[in-house]
Ligand binder design. Structure first.
Ligand code: ASP
Ligand code: MG
Length: 413
């Protein structure tokens, strides 16, 4: 018998009637697919993890991370039990399994643990006994038996890891949107539902700002070749399939436009010492786990360079502090920050075989008089850094050019 994993996010199990709705959805699937076994993975009820973390913070300013994991993981303990009860009431034998019971082993980085292995014996035994396993997402257990959590939004990772361990046919991620859109529908009402997309493209869209899936879950899916489906719990539809590139028949040049509104740009002025100095700066930021993105260097004169790079705005003060501390040591003139920037990117594997994407992109931006301040490219994306006030305008302009109008591009090479 084949297996599918179905993961239900917080809003899908947000209250009792929604939990019952999920139970019916699983029952209907089982009736229509009698030869397929279902494994459910569930998030905490919407808002619950936030509530638990706030509860900890109302107790102490800096909650101990081991204890925070014991606390925040209880949200999923509640939802798995309720869903299992609802399934049983519908006549479907079901059993909830906590992360530790499902043998999801992680490292010991509390609140941000990484899955190291899943021993699938308990899940398989549960299936063999005729039960639907209802597994708590977000949780794991260390070698020494401590409860861990996988970081916010981590139940997507649990689901894909379970699907990989079971060699499931597919991992369905049920959520409150119909799938992955070509851009954020709140910014651009013309956004379209994407029917198929490669893991690579999804990884770019997920890490560049599209919030539907946890980036690490896409990474897992790619590594283990798990087909992922993102679809709505509330509105029936095919959703978006995230599959291997070789399974895509048609590759549009650009699949999606994505953005991060809240970026900041840090600049080190008149930095001497070339690459040596740069590596010290980036090393200091990396040690604090500050994610650096677009990097550019300009005005190299007398061996002095102005070096800029972008960081998420929420860590920009910290990044500036670190850079300022290094300024005297490195003999630079100073460090400054611009908090009014955004990053907008076009993504698509078709770029690998088509020319003219950058030209088309700049043309669309120029029409709106948006001047990119920095540009970065990879084989499947082009990103521009622009003033924040133009972020949404740029997204709409690029969507119109690349998705709505199907651009005339250069030769397929
Ligand atoms: N309940 C956890 C959170 O809110 C995990 C998840 O929902 O994916 O972050
Ligand atoms: Mg989520």
């Amino acid at each position: 018998m084949s297996i599918v994993v179905k993961k239900f996010g917080g809003t899908s199990v947000g209250d009792i009637s929604r939990i019952k709705n999920v139970a019916r959805l699983i029952r209907d699937f089982r009736e229509q697919n009698p030869d397929t076994q279902v494994v459910a993975v569930v998030s905490a009820m919407a808002g619950e993890t936030n509530r638990l973390i706030a509860l900890a913070r109302s107790c102490v300013v800096n909650p101990d991370e081991r204890e925070l994991d014991v606390l925040s993981s209880t949200g999923e303990q509640v939802s798995v039990a309720l869903l299992a009860m609802a399934l049983i009431e519908l006549g479907l034998p079901a059993k909830s399994l906590l992360g530790q019971q499902a043998r999801i082993s992680t490292d010991s980085r509390h609140t941000n643990a990484q899955i190291q292995a899943i021993d699938d014996s308990t899940i398989r035994a549960t299936l063999q006994q005729g039960f639907i396993p209802v597994i708590a997402g977000f949780q794991g257990i260390t070698e020494s038996g401590d409860v861990t959590t996988l970081g916010r939004g981590g139940s997507d990772i649990s689901a894909v890891a379970v699907a990989a361990a079971l060699k499931a046919q597919a991992c369905y991620i049920y959520t409150d949107v119909e799938g992955v859109f070509s851009t954020d529908p709140r910014v651009c009402p013309q956004a379209r539902l994407i029917d198929r997309i490669s893991h690579d493209e999804m990884l770019e869209l997920a890490s560049l700002g599209a919030k539907v899936l946890h980036p690490r879950s896409v990474f897992f899916a790619m590594r283990y070749g798990v087909p992922l489906v993102v679809l709505s719990t509330f509105k029936p539809g095919p959703g978006t399939w995230i599959v291997r590139e070789s399974e895509l028949v048609e590759n549009p040049v650009v699949t999606g436009i994505t953005y991060r509104a809240d970026e900041a740009r840090l600049t080190l002025h008149k930095l001497p010492g070339g690459i040596q100095s740069l590596s010290r700066v980036f090393d200091a930021l990396a040690k604090e786990e500050i994610f650096i993105d677009v990097i550019s260097q300009s005005g190299i004169e007398d061996q002095l360079a102005n070096v800029s790079f972008t960081v998420p705005d929420e860590v920009s003060s910290k990044a500036l502090e670190l850079a300022q501390a290094l300024v005297p040591q490195l003999g630079a003139e100073g460090a400054s920050i611009d908090r009014n920037i955004s990053k907008v990117s076009v993504v698509g594997i078709g770029m690998r075989s088509h020319t003219g994407v950058a030209a088309k992109m700049f043309e669309a931006l120029a029409r709106e008089q948006v001047d990119p301040q920095m540009i970065s490219t990879s084989d499947i994306k082009i990103s521009v850094i622009i003033p924040r006030k133009y972020c949404e305008i740029a997204v709409r302009a690029l969507h119109e050019s690349f998705i709505e109008m199907k651009p005339e591009l250069g030769q397929e090479s």
